[in-house]
Design a protein around this ligand. Structure first.
Ligand code: SF4
Length: 357
């Protein structure tokens, strides 16, 4: 990164971050969650029930045939009961684990969902920040937490330190949208650009959505589709399940006689919730509006390095086990990727000359 900075490769000060799941040395059958243990216990119980019924039928068969059959069935039932005991012990282990998950081969590997519907793998979540100009991986991290929701600020700050940029635009997809993370970037010079999630229960019910209400920061009120002002009620704020404190904006009087009410709310009045730090999300939206191709740049920037790394590793998993070793392994892969990329950009001889300089 020092060489890249010296060669002024990060002058654009834009990076894209993304995460991708990489397989661990841990078969899916060797990973247990409470749900998996429960499902397997149910399977074994069903099998025992089937064998018990078969045993019952065998008892009614002629004696020489019955004897051979019942011996075999009893062995199978004993085997299944043993499996049940092992599974029950595994269930206790899962309960005792801090994140309710146990992996037998690589204890740090975790079961995580992947982008394909109904798919998942036992592995690690590799985060990468890639510069939008030369597609170098400026920062990376490996975690065993499947979600990207708390990665925006840490990855943005890592990338900022690596590029040495006082201000750095960080592009990410909706998976990274988390108000607290955007707030954590505030004042650091990291400028996140993450599109909002537009799913709304109101839209599904054919009602006006949040986008139909226009916020006026100066007046601290919303203008609704009927042109009425929805103001913040006295001490009307609450805390969401995720800890975010929300203000409620409404206009009881206006809603009472409003002709648009059937399209707005089935309740007495429509309330618009606003996170107390929503201004950081508004500022982020303004950045996105000024950069209409942001998500296209994001895709073109970050998806290629992951594709290359995965092609190098093939369909196989990491070679090492446990988080510390997997981090080292990934760091070697990233170094190799960046080295090849630099050779493509400069050619071998000029790059060698730049290294020596
Ligand atoms: S119901 Fe209330 S919030 Fe909705 S459009 Fe009418 S006045 Fe505005």
């Amino acid at each position: 990164m020092v060489l890249c900075r010296r060669l002024d490769l990060f002058s654009k000060a834009v990076v894209a971050i993304d995460g991708s799941k990489f397989k661990a040395v841990n078969n899916r059958d060797k990973n247990f969650t409470a749900a998996k243990v429960e499902a397997r216990l149910a399977q074994v119980e069903t099998s025992i029930g089937c064998y018990l019924a078969a045993l019952d039928r065998a008892d009614r068969a002629p004696s020489d045939i019955a004897e051979a059959r019942t011996t075999r069935l009893r062995e199978k039932i004993a085997d299944l009961r043993e499996q049940m005991q092992v599974l029950e012990a595994r269930g206790r282990q899962v309960e005792a684990a801090p994140d309710r998950q146990v992996s037998l081969t690589d204890p740090d590997a975790r079961s995580m969902a992947t982008s394909g519907k109904g798919t998942g793998m036992v592995g690690y979540n590799v985060q990468a920040a890639v510069d939008a100009e030369h597609h170098l991986i400026v920062a990376h991290a490996v975690t065993n937490v499947g979600s990207d929701r708390v990665q925006l600020a840490p990855m943005g700050l890592l990338a900022q330190a690596a590029t040495g940029s006082a201000t750095l635009t960080v592009l990410a997809d909706r998976g990274y949208l988390n108000g607290e993370q955007v707030l954590a970037c505030e004042g650091t010079g990291v400028l996140p650009c993450v599109p909002k999630i537009l799913t709304s229960g109101h839209a599904k019910r054919g009602l006006f959505t949040g986008q139909d209400f226009v916020y006026d920061a100066e007046q601290d009120h919303y203008t609704c589709p009927a042109g009425q002002h929805l103001t913040k009620g006295l001490a009307r704020s609450d805390r969401q399940a995720d800890g975010e404190e929300m203000d409620h904006h409404r206009n009881l009087m206006a809603c009472r006689d409003c002709a648009l009410k059937p399209r707005c709310t089935p309740a007495q009045t429509r309330r618009v919730k606003r996170w107390v730090h929503e201004d950081v999300l508004d500022a982020m939206q303004a950045r996105l509006d000024r950069m209409p191709d942001a998500m296209k740049i994001r895709r073109q920037t970050v998806e290629n390095p992951f594709g290359t790394l995965k092609a190098w590793m093939g369909a196989t998993h990491f070679l090492t086990r446990t988080l510390a070793k997997v981090r080292t392994e990934m760091s070697l892969q990233v170094r190799a990727y960046n080295m090849k990329r630099m050779i493509q950009i400069f050619g071998v001889a000029p790059l060698m000359a730049a290294i020596r300089a």
